[in-house]
Design a protein around this ligand. Structure first.
Ligand code: ADA
Length: 511
């Protein structure tokens, strides 16, 4: 049962035990986008009636920044893992019940979100709410890990109390076998997944069906290999954000963003800087767009990296993020801790711990963090692929023609591992054609210089431009003076997806 639609709504600046339901909302919803709520922090109460009974599973696909779920007034679950799905299993008596989801966008006391993050901390229920019955002997977990692109071999991990497994591929019966938690099979008549040919297969075990793709990744040398071939990543960073929907972007908007990127020749998206919605991955799988996903973090200093609540909560979200997205062939890199103080021993310890987490959860994909201090970083040795966020000629006095040499020098800092520029870009205000920094012309010339020099240097495995489109950011901190209109203006498109000059030259550059 999908519980989207009209819910009773109450909002209060202060937490309250007696909210006043004098409004309604349409779920999925970001309450900051409601009249007179933008730039305010507070508590939202989403309430509705539901008729259901028995063993139930409720799921909220994505939310911000902190959520509590109540059933007939009884608290069922609480989560600070913003942008991740919140799932809860419970038993209900028959009849009509009251479901209340309380979410707040309060920064104080949040274990992961900080006021200095360069993207807006929105509140609301950002994705579908679903309620389903938990079936006896259901398949609780079904993970498909491609092993060999020449034979179509996959590893299957199943969790169920059923005694036997009936397996079909692509709608055709394949075999029946005893329940075994981990086994390997060769997919019949398989076709490989790649950005050029994003072929998908389905596996059904008992009543559970999963879509997957067969492709392998190898990062043991200097280049990242996809299905045994070196891959050059030409992509962008993207925030799930729109001025009228916040992160509760309609699926049609996500689909259009991705189609536009594919048409522009883009083969990669870095999902900055939090977990991505399920629909986003389904589209990337189908369109053939490779993805980097990371849990919520940004520019964290020693104070966070030595705070057990921060480090443990982030580990929890990292594990959950990997588990939720593991079957998507488009996912090719696990990321975490964007731009932390990776020149300190405190960061070294946390990064080492998170690399082990990534490998433990999923040995089939490389893991990384994006560094903004490549020359003095002490953690390059820990990661599978090195990812550098560098902005020569923007945060720096270099001239445009000096960018290639700067990038070549960054590439020389590390050897023996695949290397990416995980962020690079320049801001542009639409309509400014002066040619100076902040103009569309300067941004277009900048992007051209960057993409050409990375394409010409075989040491780079690719580039992820900052940023697909403008996104909401600071309104109330010192940093807002660098962010006119409260937006990060480095989008190749503006926040309504209207193209700047740089966007128009992208197809030629990415060809
Ligand atoms: C950083 C950061 C991005 C964004 C960017 C910028 O590299 O990772 O989230 O803030 O800089 O626009 O300055």
């Amino acid at each position: 049962m999908i519980l989207d639609g009209i819910w009773d709504f109450a909002w209060s600046e202060k937490d309250t035990a007696s909210p006043v339901y004098n409004d309604f909302s349409f779920v999925p919803d970001c309450f900051d986008n409601m009249q007179q709520k933008f730039n305010r922090r507070g508590y939202a109460f989403y309430r509705r009636k539901v008729t259901a009974s028995g063993n139930l599973r409720l799921e909220i696909g994505s939310f911000g920044l902190h959520a509590k779920v109540f059933w007939d007034g009884k608290e069922l679950a609480e989560s600070f893992l913003a942008w991740s799905p919140l799932k809860v299993e419970f038993v209900s008596s028959p009849g009509e019940h009251e479901l209340l989801v309380k979410v707040d966008n309060v920064l104080e006391g949040h274990p992961l979100f900080r006021e200095f993050y360069d993207f807006y901390g929105f509140g609301g229920i950002f994705d579908h709410v679903t309620l389903e019955e938990i079936k006896e002997n259901e398949i609780k977990k079904l993970v498909v890990l491609p092993q060999d692109h020449t034979t179509g071999e996959i590893e299957i991990v199943v969790e169920t109390s059923a005694s036997s497994l009936e397996i079909s591929f692509d709608g055709k019966f394949f075999c029946k076998k005893e329940n075994t938690p981990r086994f390997r099979l060769n997919v019949p008549d398989f076709k490989l997944w790649s950005p050029e040919s994003p072929n998908l297969h389905t596996i059904k075990i008992n009543e559970k069906e999963v879509t997957f793709g067969i492709r392998t990744l190898n990062w043991s040398g200097e280049r990242l290999l996809l299905n045994g071939q070196p891959v050059k990543i030409l992509g962008v960073n993207r925030h799930e954000s729109h001025p009228e929907f916040g992160p509760a972007t309609p699926e049609s908007l996500i689909a259009n963003d991705l189609r536009m990127l594919k048409a522009a020749g883009c083969n990669f998206i870095r999902g900055s800087h939090y977990p991505q919605r399920k629909f986003f991955f389904e589209m990337c799988d189908r369109l053939g767009i490779m993805v980097w996903e990371e849990p919520l973090a940004w520019g964290n200093k020693v104070v966070d990296l030595t705070d057990a609540r921060f480090v443990d909560t982030l580990e929890e979200q990292l594990r959950l993020t990997i588990r939720n997205s593991i079957n998507h062939p488009s996912l090719i890199i696990h990321g975490f801790l964007n731009e932390c103080v990776s020149d300190t021993p405190e960061a070294y310890n946390v990064i080492k711990r998170y690399m082990a987490v990534c490998h433990e959860e999923d040995a089939t994909r490389p893991a990384s963090f994006a560094t903004n201090r490549p020359a003095k970083d002490i953690c390059h040795e820990l990661v599978d692929v090195v990812s550098m966020n560098v902005y020569p000629g923007w945060y720096g006095t270099e001239k445009l023609e000096e960018i290639p040499e700067k990038l070549d020098n960054f590439a020389k800092l590390v050897s023996g591992k695949p290397k990416f520029v995980s962020e690079i870009g320049a801001a542009a205000i639409c309509g400014d054609h002066s040619g100076a920094p902040w103009s569309e012309d300067y941004q277009a010339a900048y992007i051209k210089q960057v993409v050409e020099s990375i394409r010409n240097n075989p040491e780079w495995s690719g580039v992820m431009l900052w940023l697909f489109c403008n996104c909401n950011t600071y309104t109330g901190t010192d940093y807002m003076v660098m962010r006119p209109r409260g937006f990060n203006n480095k989008g190749l498109l503006d926040e309504y997806r209207r193209p700047k000059m740089a966007w128009k030259i992208l197809p030629e550059l990415f060809k």
